[in-house]
Design a protein around this ligand. Structure first.
Ligand code: AMP
Ligand code: GLY
Length: 432
């Protein structure tokens, strides 16, 4: 079997890691692989966003399955293009990918389908947006409607901050075209959970829920990033909560997309807020989450390939399930100094040779090979995942492994999993 992975970050490295385990005999091809993926695959010298060139290459290379990591190529219609050539590909069409690529579309769909989410308005002019923010008061959340690399939401604690965010977005300074349309929504209080559902457009299989850490600083301080770490399992995502996620959020969203003529075949990522009034949607993504994938897949015992291939070949997921192994996983992202603002690239990286083991996995994100040297090439450089029987042990393992990785300006959050740890400690105190 010949499998193409489109994308070259930490999420794609984790997909490659898992799919290689599921299909040890397969050949893997990756678009411009990072420094950690390159030794594990054949290099395809085509950018992940070059849809036309990739479709031509996949056809002539007789690729059996293509798996798309990032949202960019999906929003650009890579799936439509591959399907028109009869090439099996896992991911939503351009129309279905709007669940992520247009927050305005997603919010309208949710409202019409009665899926719980923050009350919102959509604006493309300053006056209307500012008036609404003044009327609502703070806290309030201002979001660029288009794709913004996970950094397009600004949680504003004052009206002045919200007005500044509106000006920055509509002014085109920060997010370009993505910020020409704004979604402004009610602030929701609660804890967030990431739920991944593999969907064939109708039926779906939910993978193990996880929790991201979006803020750059410890204790969830500072600006939003693409994600600084993640863990699973999340104890608040128990059977009841998952049932609620399935019936109140995922099933009606998939039905609404199908009814809209855009059945979603791919990975639907629901970012959910566990509020006092129940689960509410924070956002949807049309792809696996990064860095959540780096904890969800190492804990997945059953075949991911089986699910992805079934969907890519227009099969049904009815009756399919996903099995998870016992224990916990924590991943810590090691980032470049300055991230999520500007940062320098090309810093030599040293990873101790004894760092990786059955229980410690180093997923590369922004790394490249420069001759024999491994160097930084992005903001999020590596995701260091540790597996252990308990969450505190996995968190300690991930943090101490991350601390042994060296490059100029490297930093990471040492507190990944802190909410779960606090919960476990409270339970422990209650037991005494
Ligand atoms: P998004 O880009 O929509 O995923 O938002 C990024 C982050 O901003 C989320 O993960 C939340 O932590 C926060 N956020 C987004 N929307 C809201 C909201 N309505 N209320 C509170 N926090 C939010
Ligand atoms: N970790 C958040 C995302 O993948 O969008």
């Amino acid at each position: 079997m010949r499998i193409l992975i489109v994308g070259n970050g930490g999420r794609e490295h984790a997909l490659l890691w898992k799919l290689r385990r599921d299909a040890p005999g397969a050949s893997f091809y990756v678009t411009q692989p990072n420094g950690g993926m390159a030794p594990l695959c054949e290099t395809v010298e085509i950018a992940p966003g070059d849809v036309e060139a990739l479709a031509g290459w996949a056809a002539s290379s007789r690729i059996d399955l293509t798996v798309v990591g990032p949202e960019g190529p999906l929003a650009a219609g890579i799936v439509d293009r591959f399907r028109s050539k009869g090439l099996p590909i896992f991911g939503p069409t351009r129309a279905a990918a709007r669940i992520e690529s247009s927050k305005a579309y997603a919010k309208e769909l949710l409202r019409n389908a009665n899926v719980p989410t923050a009350a919102h308005r959509t604006f493309s002019s300053r006056a209307g947006a500012v008036d609404w923010v003044r009327a609502q008061g703070a806290p309030i959340v201002v979001k660029a409607s288009g794709l913004a690399g996970g950094k397009g939401a600004v949680v504003c604690m004052t009206v002045a901050e919200a007005v500044a965010a509106i000006d920055a977005m509509l002014g085109g300074l920060e997010f370009g075209e993505a910020g020409r349309e704004l979604v402004i929504e009610e602030y929701m209080e609660g804890e967030e959970i990431s739920v991944f559902a593999v969907s064939d457009g109708r039926d779906f299989v939910v993978l193990q829920p996880s929790q991201d850490h979006k803020r750059v600083g410890e204790g969830d301080s500072g600006p939003n990033t693409g994600g600084m770490g993640a863990y699973a399992p999340v104890s608040i995502a128990d059977t009841d909560l998952l049932a609620e996620a399935r019936t109140e959020v995922i099933a009606p969203t998939l039905s609404a997309l199908a009814a809209d003529g855009a059945p979603f075949k791919g990975l639907l990522y629901a970012g959910l807020m566990n509020t006092a009034e129940g689960l509410k949607v924070v956002e949807f993504n049309c792809r696996f989450g990064d860095p959540e994938t780096q904890v969800v897949l190492p804990l997945m015992e059953s075949s991911l390939l089986d699910l992805l291939a079934t969907v890519a070949e227009d099969g049904s997921l009815a009756g399919h399930t996903a099995r998870t192994r016992r224990g916990a996983a924590v991943t810590t992202v090691v980032a470049s100094g300055g991230y999520p603002g500007s940062y320098e690239k090309g810093k030599p990286i040293t990873i101790p040779t004894d760092l990786e083991s059955d229980d410690v996995l180093v997923f590369h994100a922004g790394t490249a090979r420069r001759g024999r040297e491994l160097v930084t090439s992005g903001g999020r450089v590596l995701a260091v995942t540790a597996l252990a029987p308990t969450l505190p042990a996995a968190a300690d393992g991930s943090r101490s492994a991350a601390a042994r990785i060296r490059f100029d300006g490297a930093f990471f959050r040492g507190d990944i999993g802190w909410r779960e740890r606090a919960r476990l400690e409270r339970e422990h105190d209650d037991d005494e």
